[in-house]
Design a protein around this ligand. Structure first.
Ligand SMILES: Cc1ncc(COP(=O)(O)O)c(C=O)c1O
Length: 341
């Protein structure tokens, strides 16, 4: 096993031994190829570079106490990547190619899978893009699918501790009928300025509002938003946010815990009434939100007054983590054990 300080890993790129690649040419996908190069050689007129024909996924593999390595809900990542591909007219990767590529990438880099109990996990980044040339605005005829992996620590340096987020109204990450619900690169490019500004102003991330009316909560940078009150788990329903697989899972856990789930528009004014609020996503599962500041009105909403996450967020976080690490019974069939690692 690699001599890595697992407990100190940031959430970032980490060079591993191999990545897996597949090429779409002449209307069909070829065989999986394994590469030890971190670089790809593509045409300078590739549509990914000019017209943003690019989509990606983010998922994790976890080493459990029992030594097994589990993927979490990989089929949902597959389905989301298929929707993303369709949204920007790219060749879709088949379910088999997706599954074989992610498992191969995990197996071939087994020495980088963080041990159980370190808080770290193996991040898996599938990537699909138009590699063929076009100069007019048209979809490519050739595509490349790449999967690389790397050990990561928590996304927010605070870990499972309350973060401060900032409501921004002068930037949109997606248009009302745009690509916000797909995991395509352009959404992330559009979020960079607001995100960096929020960080420079002392916040973990920007909290975007709905791009049409700027009245409702959309999402928190790279994570969905949820609020808890009166035994209800409430999360935005919006066409401009990414359907988070963590959020889907938390909704199910909330139901399992006897809570009502409401997926609906959440007016900013409602923030005053929540008992707990949080951001959720693969990277951190839940980042409890302690403070929300509206950058424009300066209105401040405070949660976690004791300095730690609320009881419901804490319980959901512990339960989901325990399922991912194989310590809690996986009653919903969310995990898949990777063989040979
Ligand atoms: C914009 C955005 N929203 C939400 C999420 C959380 O989604 P998931 O729980 O599937 O990781 C992510 C991360 O993938 C994201 O990039």
């Amino acid at each position: 096993m690699e001599n890595i300080e697992w407990g100190k890993l940031p959430f970032g790129y980490y060079k591993t031994d191999y990545n897996v690649r597949c090429f779409y040419r002449n209307g069909k996908w070829g065989e999986l190829e394994v590469s030890s190069s971190e670089y790809i050689n593509i045409h300078m007129a590739a549509t990914a570079l000019h017209y943003g024909q690019e989509a990606f996924e983010g998922m994790k593999a976890f080493r459990g106490k029992d030594g097994k390595v589990r993927l979490f809900r990989w089929e949902e990542n597959y389905k989301r990547m298929a929707r993303s591909a369709d949204s920007i007219v790219m060749a879709e990767v088949s379910k088999d190619v997706f599954f074989n590529a992610i498992t191969k990438a995990v197996q071939m880099n087994a020495r980088f899978i963080p041990p159980y109990g370190t808080g770290a996990s193996l991040y898996i980044r599938p990537l699909l893009f138009g590699s063929g040339p076009q100069v007019g605005v048209k979809p490519a005829e050739e595509y490349m699918f790449v999967v690389f992996v790397g050990p990561v620590g928590p996304y927010f340096k605070e870990g499972f501790n309350p973060v401060k987020v900032q409501i921004v109204k002068d930037y949109d990450r997606a248009a009302p009928q745009g690509t916000g619900q797909f995991k395509v690169g352009g959404n992330y490019a559009a979020s960079l300025k607001a995100g960096l500004r929020s960080k420079s102003e002392g916040f973990a991330t920007a909290l975007f509002l709905d791009p049409k009316e700027k009245k409702y909560i959309d999402e928190a940078g790279p994570a969905n938003f949820f609020g808890i009150k009166d035994n209800r788990y409430i999360t935005p329903k919006s066409d401009s946010i990414l359907p988070s697989i963590t959020n889907m899972s938390l909704q199910q856990l909330a139901r399992d815990m006897g809570m009502e789930v409401e997926a609906r528009a959440i007016p900013v004014d409602e923030l005053d009434s929540f008992e707990e609020v949080g951001a959720c996503g693969t990277a951190a599962i839940i980042s409890p939100i302690g403070t929300i500041v509206d950058r424009h009105t300066k209105k401040t909403y405070e949660y976690c007054r004791t300095g730690v996450a609320g009881p419901i967020s804490t319980k959901m976080y512990i339960t989901l983590r325990a399922i991912q690490e194989g310590e809690e019974e996986d009653t919903h069939g969310w995990t898949h054990v990777v063989e040979g690692v």
